[in-house]
Design a protein. Structure first.
Length: 598
């Protein structure tokens, strides 16, 4: 029997590696821009066509490569970043695995122009699907000019399952933001289909954050700074009033590298406990400087998962630093010593002869006495027939649309309710004690109400007395262009500007919500939409509106308000599940209560 184990060809191995390293156009942008940063570039320009499906071009003024290095860079595990295994414990560059360029070349057509500063001529390289087509000298500027075309042309399944251009462009912007936020001393620019989305000059860290996310962000940032023997932590965290239910900008960086870390995210959120409403998130831009030997970045090819040797100690340092920043912001009193020209208000003296002013009025006066009654019109009988469209329909498919819930559940429902910790409404029903999540219940009520108004085209616009400006990031602008038509159909009135939008009107009937916060929440909800189908898009926007207007956790409700909430929930088509998929209530059965107390 012949041997069956054999080495895979390099082209096949590169395509397998590309499945992990290059998942979408944003992955190509990330790898090429990080290589440019490692090469010492001071100006980096990125251009994409069709969100990167057709073309991705990255131009930098870094050190460049020789003809030999340019050819060797596309071989697997060829890298200039490390030499020995011990170098993995002293990493100071973004890349080190030597897999990015061969993975890109395996699934795309690549053209590279590169020249070192000391060379008169550069090198032009053409590669298609891991096959080298040509290599020749060429006149070009110092640095590298990568042009990646027809991504996944030889992997049709991967290309087919790419998302819409708006979604993929949003991913490109997200990858671009993570790099520019950690390199404020480098000038960046980004174009999409010939339109400039970002132009970021070299500047300081705070100004870079403002340049990326808008001027409004500047007034919401609190500085964080602490240095210990274990690490240095610095950056900015948002003020409590900058919290959002969805879409808050949250970034962790360690030694210049973006990372995801749920444990440290919990540390930041715990510092804002009882300061922001439950379920809301604050923005933050936190930078860690740790000894390279104390972290491990070689866990996943994307290098966003990082292990810390002293994770618990750093967690405590981070929590203390955030609380200190928030404490200094809240505890500094405002003292105004400028009293020149102000009226001199006399001090109240208890033993003085001050008299309480009195007013004279006639308690028997009735303003309606003597009014003519001949102009009063009697309401005609059967007036409902005159206005059939205005009569409220009480045709309900049933109180509960889910299987497993008793249709007579509200029989003998109590008229008295109890609110527990500003979050749950407890009420007695026939079978036991019902516990209702007040935010989710109101979210379900508003969602169905808003959706019904949308289906009947009953949205009107409530004009704002003073138009409000809303700063948007580049990714928010892209999302706004995608949903602009649907937003206007829902009653939003706005104008696009270079820095964001001017909000002139919001849907009528949404009260007690700041207009800019309402729009920000709706855009954040729309950003989570993967498929851009019109019906799903409208439903997602309606969910964002309902989420903004729903009763927040911590709001104290009167018994009348709780009764109105419970009755409104029972009129919904689905009382069990909120629109975002969370459970709304549960019933503690009478038998279970008796068993626990028996």
């Amino acid at each position: 029997m012949s041997d069956i184990i054999q080495l895979l060809p390099d082209s096949v191995a590169n395509q397998i590696a590309a499945g992990e390293v290059i998942q979408r156009p944003a992955s190509v942008v990330k790898e090429l821009v990080e290589n440019a940063v490692d090469a010492g570039a001071k100006h980096i320009h990125v251009s994409v066509v069709d969100a990167g499906r057709t073309t991705i071009q990255v131009v930098d003024d870094g050190t460049g490569m020789s003809a030999t290095d340019a050819r060797l860079a596309f071989e697997r595990h060829a890298t200039s970043k490390i030499r020995h295994a011990d170098d993995l414990f002293d990493l100071r560059t973004m890349g080190f695995r030597g897999e990015a360029l061969p993975s890109i070349a395996a699934v795309a057509q690549v053209e590279l122009r590169t020249r070192r500063g000391e060379d008169e001529l550069g090198t032009l390289l053409n590669i298609s699907g891991s096959r080298f087509l040509s290599q020749e000298p060429v006149a070009c500027q110092q640095g590298c000019n990568f042009k990646v075309e027809n991504l996944f042309f030889n992997v049709p399944a991967r290309r087919k399952f790419l998302k819409s251009n708006a979604t993929e462009l949003g991913n490109v912007l997200a990858a671009f933001e993570r790099i520019v936020l950690v390199n404020p001393d480098i000038t960046f620019s980004l174009q999409s289909n010939g339109t400039e989305l970002m132009s970021l000059p070299a500047t300081g860290l705070r100004q870079r954050i403002v340049d990326v996310f808008g001027k409004r962000m500047n007034q919401d940032l609190l500085p964080v700074e602490v240095e210990t023997g274990l690490c240095r932590i610095y950056g900015y965290v948002g003020k409590p009033e900058a919290s959002r239910k969805k879409g808050a900008q949250q970034f962790f960086f360690v030694n210049g590298r973006f990372m995801r870390h749920a444990y440290f995210n919990k540390a930041v959120q715990s510092a804002f406990e009882r300061i922001v409403a439950q379920g809301e998130q604050v923005p933050y831009f936190i930078y860690f400087e740790v000894a390279p030997a104390d972290i491990d970045v070689n866990i996943h090819p994307t290098k966003t998962e990082i292990k810390f040797e002293n994770e618990q100690s750093i967690w405590q340092i981070l929590t203390a630093a955030i609380r200190d920043a928030v404490g200094r912001f809240n505890e500094v009193p405002t003292i105004d010593f400028d009293t020149v020209g102000r009226p001199d208000i006399p001090v109240y003296l208890e033993k003085g002869d001050a008299k309480i002013p009195k007013t004279n009025y006639n308690p028997g006066y009735n303003p309606f006495d003597g009014c003519p009654t001949q102009n009063k019109q009697k309401v005609p009988e059967q007036w409902e027939q005159l206005f059939p469209d205005m009569v409220e329909r009480n045709e309900e498919p049933g109180l509960f649309g889910q299987v497993g819930v008793d249709d007579n559940i509200i029989d003998d429902k109590s008229t008295d309710h109890y609110q527990y910790k500003g979050r749950y409404v407890m009420t007695a029903v026939k079978s036991g004690l019902m516990v209702i999540d007040q935010h989710r219940a109101h979210l379900r009520i508003l969602f169905e109400e808003y959706l019904k108004r949308t289906q009947h085209h009953h949205w009107t616009t409530q004009r704002l007395l003073f138009p409000e400006e809303l700063s948007l990031s580049a990714s928010d602008k892209v999302g706004l262009q995608t949903v602009a038509k649907e937003l206007r159909n829902l009653g939003f009135d706005f104008d696009d500007t270079d820095e964001g939008m001017v909000l002139r009107g919001i849907p009528a009937g949404i009260d007690d919500v700041a207009p800019t916060k309402l729009m920000a929440d709706v855009l954040a909800q729309a950003a989570s939409l993967e498929q851009r189908a019109t019906d799903k898009m409208t439903e997602t926007l309606v969910l964002g509106m309902a989420r903004s207007a729903a009763i927040p956790y911590g709001q104290v409700l009167s018994n009348e308000e709780m009764d109105h909430l419970v009755n409104g929930l029972f009129r919904c088509s689905d009382v069990n599940i909120a629109p975002d998929g969370h459970r709304i209530h549960f019933i503690l059965q009478q038998q279970e209560i008796e068993k626990m107390l028996g």
